[in-house]
Design a protein around this ligand. Structure first.
Ligand SMILES: [Zn+2]
Length: 571
């Protein structure tokens, strides 16, 4: 199967593959050469590097860089109009080559993602898939929000790992990386902590841009630094709107407003060379002031300060798009008693020109009733903010992977006719499979979560274990909810899940078995089985070793113990 003699019939075989059976016709290659078309750019060269890294980390195939050598498979990357701006087309090229054509650089990245996910890596080399065709995304704002605090993965992992992880996210169809500059952690721009944070995340975002992705900040516009004077601080907001690190200011105090303007001027300037494509404004769960001049926050103070900050953003980044979040405008209990939605609607009916998207979502299963019943204020496009990280499990990711396809399918089905994307909230890499599910929804709102999970398993592990691992995912979801000791709901099917995972492992390549994506699946199955057998008690060498390994995978050794660090068992 690896002989050069197969090159000649590659094109014929591939064309028959479209109608035929992958197992009968797929060819495995020992070497691959990636060729960039005349549109070559630094971003395309980086994207080509992502393709090469993906192939070499998954199998033994070599990347041929010498132009005069004959490699077995040529993959040609190019940009052409036709597949749509961010779309792609995969087609057969001349003499057994494969062409991946993007409408733009990101389109090439997404085409590569599709090409890689339909390939196999367990046949002794690289076995390209037979999928040929064209695809383009439905959603326009397909972001991931990477929380950067508590020494979570994004703060603590080696920067090279974070860069690779962002590339991997891009392959699933995301087009924007958002981060939050945590003013509440710092005394100002010159704070050494702030400088360290800025150095790291301007580097991370610059790398995302160099791979063709867009970047943005998500900020609470009334939030000051932690050394802000007490007399400038906000009046506590009523209701359960969570999040208050103590540095929120009253935006109707002139001195506070001046500080906020200075803060944003300084912050935006730090990102000048990176270039911001999106700026997301955030009202609560951090944020808000209930003084007589600011309240109702979502209809008055928040909008006033957001408009001012927007002017600053657009002065430096004229094409930057504004996402106005409405997080916690209402909750399950109060259902908007203070008229925030009504006030927002009225304001945007008068002038919606400063906002590009309305972002809405809620904790747990909640979605604001007002939007479901009354439509989107200002007739603006809706984007969501799915919480894929923290739901029902504490510490977050502390027990391994946390796939929840049924949960996310239910949430998405309520708004899929309206939403044009969004930004899942990510605290780390343990919810990687949930990121893939949401990316799939944003690309094609009618895709099913289960189908996306099958694609994920086939790509990351092996198509041969897809059925068994899908059952495992269903068991994981049934056994999902838990906290620390005493909050225990794992059922007997945890034993079956571990049996299925152990069987699946025997069918995987060494590369997959060593990969962190497999390990967090394996460890979740092991931890659940142990916890079931020990009636929820976190004890014993097996659990200790499993939690220690998760801590290492997440680089969580120095993480905030409560939400981020896996449970620690003392000897
Ligand atoms: Zn106020």
């Amino acid at each position: 199967m690896k002989s050069l003699a197969f090159i000649a019939c590659f094109a014929v075989l591939l064309s028959s593959c479209q109608k035929g059976n992958l197992e009968e016709t797929a060819i495995t290659f020992e070497s691959v050469r990636v060729v960039i078309g005349k549109e070559s750019s630094p971003a395309l060269r980086n994207i080509s590097g992502i393709l090469e890294r993906q192939i070499t980390q998954r199998c033994d195939a070599k990347i041929e860089t010498n132009k005069s050598s004959k490699s077995q498979l040529n993959i040609q990357l190019s940009i052409e109009s036709g597949p749509g701006e961010e779309g792609f087309r995969i087609e057969d090229g001349k003499a057994g080559s494969v062409r991946i054509i993007g409408g733009n650089e990101r389109g090439v990245l997404y085409g590569i993602g599709k090409f890689l996910r339909t390939a196999r890596y367990d046949q002794g080399g690289f076995t390209p898939g037979v999928w040929r065709g064209e695809s383009s995304p439905n959603g326009t704002f397909r972001a991931v929000y990477l929380a950067t605090h508590f020494m979570n993965y994004y703060e603590a992992a080696p920067i090279e790992e974070v860069r690779h992880y962002i590339e991997d996210i891009g392959l699933w169809g995301y087009n924007t990386i958002l981060v939050h500059y945590p003013t509440w952690q710092f005394d100002g721009l010159t704070d050494p902590g702030a400088q360290e944070w800025l150095k790291r995340f301007t580097t991370v975002l610059a790398h995302a841009k160099q791979c063709g992705l867009q970047v943005g900040l998500l900020q609470v516009p009334g939030e000051g630094y932690k050394n802000a004077s007490e007399d400038l601080r906000r009046v506590e907001v009523p209701g359960h709107r969570r999040g208050n690190f103590g540095s929120n200011l009253c935006v109707n105090k002139p001195q506070a407003c001046k500080l906020i303007m200075e803060l944003h001027d300084g912050l935006l300037n730090e990102f000048k060379s990176v270039g911001l494509d999106y700026f997301t404004l955030w009202p609560y769960d951090e944020g808000g002031c209930a003084c007589e001049h600011c309240w109702p926050w979502g209809a008055r103070g928040y909008l006033d300060i957001s408009k001012e900050v927007t002017k600053q953003v657009r002065a430096m980044f004229p094409h930057c798009k504004i996402v106005l979040s409405t997080w916690c405008f209402e909750n399950e209990d109060d259902n908007n008693p203070d008229g925030e939605w009504v006030g927002l609607k009225k304001s945007l009916e008068e002038d919606n020109s400063w906002v590009n998207y309305i972002m809405a979502d809620g904790h747990d299963d909640y979605f604001p009733k007002y939007l479901l019943e009354q439509g989107i204020p200002g007739q603006l496009p809706l984007v969501n903010f799915p919480e894929i990280s923290m739901f029902g499990m504490n510490p977050w990711g502390g027990y391994g992977t946390n796939p929840a396809p049924a949960h996310f399918q239910k949430l998405w089905d309520r708004i899929k006719h309206e939403a044009v994307g969004g930004a899942p909230y990510s605290e780390g890499i343990y919810e990687d499979v949930n990121k893939a599910i949401i990316a799939g929804f944003y690309w094609n709102p009618n895709r099913k979560a289960e189908e996306i999970v099958r694609e994920y398993i086939s790509f990351e592990f092996s198509p041969d274990v897809a059925d068994d691992m899908l059952e495992v995912v269903h068991i994981f979801e049934q056994n999902h909810a838990r906290g620390y000791n005493g909050d225990f709901g794992i059922t007997e099917n945890a034993v079956r899940a571990f049996h299925l995972v152990s069987n699946a492992e025997s069918k995987l390549t060494e590369e997959v078995k060593k990969s962190w994506r497999w390990r967090i699946f394996y460890l979740r199955a092991l931890i659940d089985k142990e916890m079931f057998e020990r009636k929820g008690k976190l004890e014993g060498e097996t659990l200790k070793a499993a939690f220690d390994e998760l801590t290492k995978i997440y680089h969580a050794g120095n993480a905030h113990s409560m939400p981020i660090k896996p449970p620690q068992i003392e000897n």
